[in-house]
Design a binder for this molecule. Structure first.
Ligand code: GLU
Length: 623
């Protein structure tokens, strides 16, 4: 794989001061600590955080800001906000593990990109320790008191936003306990150290990024003001939204994080924070929820067997159900293996590389087939097992071959779900909508460990309720609102203590022959995550693009509806080529937030190449 000769990762972007150039003398650090209630950890600490002195956000919030890709020799971290990436970078530089860095990144993301993820939400984390892949499930759960009718009124599904805003949609958060579980196994630095960057930024303040400012100024943000805590934090006293570059402090969150740093996740799941969460959820004025203190105290993250499948010379490992991400991607790739998509690389368009009509045709048809099965069969496996009891039936080579045979020269329009072996339970399709927020973190450390973690509070700003400086998720709206259709149960219906089906697809890629890690990748984007990550995998593994080129490639695909092309980044020739193949083409906004780190030269000097999505604010750093 060719590695473009570009600047090294630690130099990051113009205007963002390289970590190496900062004053790091212990005297300076001591002075800073004395002056600014420094969050630096105790005497046994190996890690002392230095806040970046640069602007919080080096680029515009919307549109497409080309990114160069970054390279580094030993370690690398890619995340959706420069302050979060920098926190991970400093942890890695201090000798922290990939998992340590992911924790520091997550805590800063919850502060600076609060609309997307945080301790009030859930996450899936894939971990590679050099020998084993593990899948950590920190998905939210439905309250014990939830019923399949949670999102029905007079037998009809609630309008989406009515369900989202308020306590009804709040699931028991899982991200923090999952990170604690993973840290017990894979942490190198003390747990408490990893909160220092977020605490410091919360206390001293951080600059509102353009993307956050744009979201606050959007018409849809009107309802955020209904929550008094959000109104006070995200809006000025005159009601106007905080502008980009405004310094925002979050002392309440800093206090919560200090407690979690000192006492562990019980400081969140029990005691006064848990009580405040429950009170807020249950006392919502128009849409109260069912979450209880017992739900919080009883939350259990899970380790699941990673879903690993072979594709050409690669082995891909991702999150099994309750996420549909890895399974749908594995089906798509297995189906594409029956096609000649590899012979249809991207072509040059006005704005850069663009996939060819034939490639989009094949990819979209494979997507239709995979999404059809996903909507029918995938849910929390502890409640509704996959056909045959595992992913094997849906990935069986004969079954995949029969599905691939449905792809012709013209679009099939809408695919019907298949009948894999063991599909005895009669189920109806789930049509639950998902709107994009969420964030993805990829890390590799100097010892070759790696993380791919996708983390979410579901919709932008979650349930639109703030408690102690963090936002509560609305993850329960990832369940099907309808429990059944035409008398058939829907696999992804609400049930007490169940995890809603996800599309998140944190993915680790390995070389089949050597077992070496080849890539860590993932994206936000609701149900389109499957297409975004699938595109990046086809781009890198089939077409030989580097991670940045593959991420930057226009988004495309079908979720078993129309064939979707990315607005502003698709040519008329592409749309015409698809229409000629019978596709119903829609050109829509597709704001992925891909991050990827790939091994760039097996024996070369530069080891890692990272890419961040030009559609969001992410950057990559490393040494
Ligand atoms: N809640 C979605 C899921 O778990 C992710 C939302 C998003 O990416 O915007 O699949």
């Amino acid at each position: 794989m060719a590695t473009p000769a570009r600047h090294t990762a630690h130099r990051t972007r113009a205007g963002f001061i390289p970590a190496q150039q900062r004053t790091r003398s212990s005297l300076a650090t001591l002075l800073l600590c004395a002056l600014a209630a420094c969050a630096s950890p105790g005497p046994d600490s190996q890690f002392s955080y230095t806040p970046p002195t640069a602007p919080a956000a080096p680029e515009g919030a919307s549109g497409f800001t080309p990114k160069p890709g970054w390279q580094a020799q030993r370690f690398m971290v890619a995340a959706a906000n420069p302050l979060a990436t920098d926190a991970g970078y400093q942890v890695l530089k201090a000798g922290g593990s990939a998992l340590d860095a992911a924790i520091a990144v997550q805590m800063v993301l919850g502060l600076v990109e609060p609309q997307s993820s945080g301790i009030g939400g859930g996450a899936f984390l894939m971990h590679w320790d050099g020998k084993h892949v593990q899948a950590f499930d920190g998905r939210e759960t439905a309250p014990a008191a939830a019923t399949p009718e949670l999102f029905l009124r007079d037998g009809k599904p609630l309008p989406f936003l009515e369900a989202v805003i308020g306590g009804r949609s709040v699931g028991t958060p899982g991200a923090l306990r999952m990170l604690e579980m993973a840290h017990r196994e894979h942490g190198k630095l003390p747990w408490k150290d990893l909160f220092a960057p977020a605490i410091r930024l919360a206390e001293d303040g951080f600059l509102v990024s353009p993307r956050l400012a744009t979201m606050l100024a959007a018409p849809e943000a009107k309802t955020l003001r209904n929550d008094p805590d959000m109104a006070a934090y995200f809006f000025n006293p005159d009601g106007s939204p905080r502008a980009a570059g405004t310094r925002l402090k979050n002392p309440e969150l800093a206090k919560v994080l200090r407690d979690i740093a000192a006492k562990g996740s019980s400081a969140f799941y029990e005691g006064s924070v848990a009580r405040d969460i429950v009170a807020k959820v249950r006392k919502h004025p128009t849409n109260p929820g069912l979450l209880s203190e017992a739900d919080l105290a009883g939350y259990k993250p899970k380790q699941r067997e990673a879903l690993c499948t072979d594709y050409r010379v690669y082995r891909l490992c991702g999150m099994p159900p309750p996420s549909s991400g890895a399974l749908a991607i594995a089906q798509m790739l297995a189906i594409l293996d029956h096609t000649d998509i590899v012979k249809h690389p991207p072509v040059q368009a006005d704005f850069g590389l663009e996939p060819s009509p034939q490639a989009v045709h094949l990819f979209s048809e494979a997507g239709r087939l995979a999404y059809a099965d996903r909507n029918r069969y995938v849910a929390d496996p502890d409640f509704v097992p996959l056909p045959g009891g595992s992913a094997a039936s849906l990935l069986d080579p004969a079954y995949i071959k029969s599905r691939a045979a449905l792809i012709g020269e013209r679009s099939m329009g809408v695919a019907r779900p298949g009948t894999p072996a063991g599909a005895t339970l009669a189920l109806a399709d789930d049509r639950s909508p998902e709107l994009p927020s969420t964030s993805h973190i990829s890390v590799v450390d100097a010892q070759g460990r790696a993380v791919a973690m996708t983390t979410t509070i579901e919709n932008g700003f979650g349930a639109q309720m703030m408690v102690r400086g963090f936002l509560l998720n609305n993850q329960l709206t990832d369940f099907s609102f309808l429990p059944a259709e035409n008398g058939q149960p829907i696999a992804n219906r609400v049930q007490p203590n169940k995890r809603p089906r996800s599309s998140m697809a944190p993915t680790l890629v390995f070389m089949r022959n050597s077992g070496a890690l080849s890539m860590s990748v993932g994206s936000p984007g609701g149900s389109a995550i499957i297409n975004y990550v699938g595109k990046t995998l086809v781009g890198t593994l089939d077409w030989g693009l580097d991670a940045q080129q593959a991420i930057s490639l226009p988004n495309f695909g079908s979720r078993n509806g129309p064939t979707e092309l990315e607005q502003g980044r698709s040519s008329a020739a592409l749309a015409d080529g698809l229409k000629a193949r019978g596709h119903d083409v829609r050109v829509i906004v597709q704001t992925s937030g891909l991050q990827a780190i790939q091994r760039s030269a097996p024996e070369g000097k530069v080891m890692w190449f990272g890419g961040a999505d030009p559609r969001r604010e992410g950057v990559v750093m490393g040494d």
